[in-house]
Ligand binder design. Structure first.
Ligand SMILES: *Cc1c(COP(=O)(O)O)cnc(C)c1O
Length: 375
């Protein structure tokens, strides 16, 4: 077996749920588990995800219908929120049967629900576009949409929802939050329409930075997996918030090369040795999910731990291998353990070096990487 493996620590997920609870003590938690729990494997994380609240989350949010049905088949009884809702009218029956809560983000979905013949109403998160311009009804459609949902008798509990575009950046949430509050004020004028309208607004960044957005349901994703949403702000690292990485991607050095000054490394020879040096060849490449754009030039490397010590990559990432400068680890050789990201080296730092976000690294892990699950 190639020595690469992803080690997943379930207790870290449990710990990070606790961090969410400490930040938003009065909110219920939708654990966002789309994309197979951000690449960790929904089934592998299930013992923590299905644990009763408060140790486990209050509900699970995703958008893949097959995965949601499998959750019900494996005995999950907590609420399940479908983040993009139903795509076609025939899915509504499944939502009703499996008690899925549907995001409703368009007038087309409302028309489909009105026309459906479901026996039991489905709970709904009515999604408003308050400025992100991705999914959601424009705010002027909100009140008529609410009225239609109430009137059709096919919506159970109706929660209002929005999503922030820049909770992790300089734009913040104020403008979007104000637009949402306008809708609530209008609903309040219509014979107490806003009464009994729970709210769900906050992703990880808003949970950590904007307590005024916590409301009834928070929707943490990336922080559950132990990464920070504030990739551009080193002072707001995952460690700063006490988040623990769930995934550690590990491998080993499988070969060593001694370079003379002027020797070049890898495809395209993008790194040139300036002095005599040793490099370690690591069994991990882009076919394992390591980002091909992680730099390894003379100017910029990507951090990597070899034998527990920090060094940097040199050369271009190939399909199955990368190279590490062994100068800071002179005793390293074939078999020395390597951490690509996780415990001791946050995926946030590796992502930052590679010009992406930790979300992408975690989701990109490929099926050929062996997985070991620890409690
Ligand atoms: C993915 C997603 C989240 C979670 O976002 P994080 O930044 O990972 O916390 C929350 N809400 C919606 C609608 C999402 O699509």
């Amino acid at each position: 077996m190639r020595p690469i493996k992803a080690v997943l620590r379930r207790s870290a997920l449990g710990h990070n749920i606790g961090v969410v609870r400490r930040h938003a003590p009065h909110s219920r938690i939708w654990a966002v588990v789309k994309a197979d729990a951000y690449g960790h494997g929904l089934t592998r994380m299930l013992p923590v995800l299905a644990a009763p609240s408060p140790a486990g989350p209050d509900g699970l949010a995703l958008l893949e219908l097959d995965a949601a049905i499998r959750l019900r088949e494996s005995g999950v009884t907590k609420p399940i929120l479908m983040l993009e809702g139903f795509f076609t009218a025939d899915e509504i029956e499944l939502y009703s049967r499996h008690r899925f809560t549907s995001v409703i983000h368009s007038l087309q979905q409302i028309a489909m629900l009105e026309a459906s013949t479901i026996a039991a109403p489905i709970d709904v998160h009515l999604k408003l576009n308050t400025g992100m311009n991705r999914l959601g009804l424009v705010t002027r459609d909100a009140i008529p949409a609410l009225a239609r949902l109430r009137a059709c008798g096919k919506a159970g509990v109706i929660t209002l929802m929005t999503h922030f575009a820049d909770a992790d950046g300089p734009g913040g949430v104020a403008e979007q939050h104000a637009r949402l509050n306008d809708v609530l004020a209008q609903a309040g004028k219509r014979s107490g329409m806003s009464a009994q309208l729970p709210l769900s607004l906050a992703n990880s960044a808003a949970i950590l930075r904007y307590p005024e957005t916590h409301a009834d349901w928070v929707r943490p994703g990336i922080m559950l997996y132990g990464c920070t949403p504030f990739a551009d702000e080193p002072e707001f690292s995952a460690a700063h918030f006490g988040l623990e990485p769930v995934m550690t991607l590990k491998s080993e050095i499988i070969a060593v090369q001694d370079l003379a000054p002027g020797d070049r490394v890898g495809y395209g020879g993008t790194y040139t040795a300036r002095k005599a040096m040793r490099i370690g060849i690591i069994a991990c490449g882009y076919a394992d999910g390591y980002p091909r754009h992680a730099p390894g030039t003379n100017q910029h490397g990507t951090p990597v731990l070899v034998g527990g010590r920090r060094t940097r990559t040199v050369g271009r990432v190939s399909m199955d291998m990368i190279y590490a400068d062994l100068t800071p680890v002179p005793d390293a050789g074939v078999g020395t353990p390597v951490t690509l990201w996780g415990e001791g080296l946050s995926a946030d730092e590796v992502a930052d070096a590679a010009g992406t976000v930790s979300y992408e690294l975690l989701c990109a892990l490929t099926p050929r990487v062996a997985v070991e699950v620890l409690e």
